[in-house]
Design a protein around this ligand. Structure first.
Ligand code: IPM
Ligand code: MN
Length: 355
């Protein structure tokens, strides 16, 4: 849409600082690529919760439906009990907006230090497509005999045929479009040898949907083996599709091999007609670094690039991604802004300069 209508949730801790840099880059690229946009800031997060007791405010989802996309800085507040904001705001938004694709590129930018000896940018360049609405995240379970020696807790992993099918089909389509010159391959990552009900459903669905995509190689890895290969042979992967819980875990591993949370970004995407998607840096709110100008804004800027790419401004998105890689290739050594010899704001300026 023109103007592109954005809802901005800067959130807590260092969220607002990195959001500021992403917006700086947005402003610059909008001029160069000649598009217009509007921003509306929403004060959702820990501070608001402490004042009002609300995580996702009443009417919040309806409000977000007025925009083309949502940008989220970070949520997480030291004075709020763990789980409240995560479940009440972040997961609630993903679920209520039915953002069933969590798209997490694992890409080592040039110049970024990688903990894997002998691996470079050509080796670490794959994408994880994480299911984002089901699994153990569904919040189904409970306690029996709570707080006794005989306590039993359950946390049910829920998978539906429709839920598996839509994410698997989307992942095949994505793999087809990504068109990796090394060959198009989609790897299903699950644990079919143990989770013989739920992951059997995933396996059967994968077998069915792959028939629609004869040009994409359909591959399978158990999740434990996948963790091993991500460290030993990351160049093996093109696109991975996986469950919500496994996707959560392997994308933190992915973030580390691409240089850390300071450079890892993701999109919570509802690809259906009229769907509202939300883009975020993967790192948390890092409260103890608030206001110190030391958090690397590259992840936040990469999240803005993803937003543009998926919200009708692909040229602008690509331009931002290219500028990011110019900067990392020449100016950066580490995931933390401080260690790079540049502050948060200076890195934002460098990316603007490289556009
Ligand atoms: C992530 C985070 C969230 C998740 C938490 C904060 C609920 O770890 O985006 O990966 O588990 O999905
Ligand atoms: Mn996570």
């Amino acid at each position: 849409a023109n103007p592109l209508k954005l809802a901005i949730i800067p959130g807590d801790g260092t969220g607002p600082e990195v959001t500021q840099e992403a917006l700086k880059v947005l402003e610059a690229v909008s001029k160069l690529e000649k598009f217009t946009y509007t921003t509306n800031f929403l004060d959702w997060g820990g501070e608001r919760y402490l004042k009002t007791g609300e995580t996702l405010p009443a009417g919040g989802v309806a409000e977000l439906k007025k925009y083309d996309a949502v940008y989220l800085g970070a949520v997480g507040h030291p004075d709020v009990k763990p789980g409240i904001l995560e479940k009440g705001l972040l997961l609630e938004l993903r679920f209520q907006l039915d953002q069933y694709v969590n798209l997490r590129p694992v890409k080592l930018f040039p110049g970024v230090e990688c903990p894997l000896v002998g691996k470079g940018p050509a080796d670490i360049d794959f994408v994880v497509v994480r299911e984002n609405t089901e699994d153990m995240y569904a919040g189904i379970g409970g306690w029996l005999k709570k707080n006794t020696a005989d306590e039993v807790a359950t946390q049910t992993a829920v998978y539906t045929r429709k839920g598996c099918e839509r994410i698997i089909r989307w992942a095949f389509q994505y793999t087809q479009k990504r068109n990796n010159p090394k060959g198009k391959m989609l790897t299903l990552v699950a644990k079919t040898n143990v989770l013989t009900y739920g992951h059997d459903l995933w396996w059967r669905t994968f077998q069915d949907v792959q028939k629609e995509f004869p040009d994409v190689k359909a591959d399978y890895n158990h999740v434990d083996a996948c963790c091993m290969w991500m460290v030993k042979n990351p160049e093996y992967y093109d696109v991975i599709v996986t469950t919500n819980m496994f996707g959560d875990i392997i994308t933190d591993l992915g973030a580390m091999i691409q240089g850390g949370l300071g450079v890892a970004a993701g999109g919570n995407i509802n690809p259906d007609k009229g769907g509202i998607s939300m883009y975020e840096p993967m790192g948390g709110s890092a409260p103890k670094y608030t206001g110190q100008n030391v958090i690397n804004p590259i992840a936040a800027i990469a999240a803005m690039s993803m937003l543009l790419e998926h919200s009708g401004q692909p040229a602008a998105g690509a331009r931002v991604m290219k500028a990011v890689q110019t900067i990392t290739g020449t100016k950066m050594k580490s995931q933390s802004a401080g260690k790079m010899g540049h502050g948060t704001k200076e890195i934002g300026d460098l990316v603007v300069g490289a556009l």
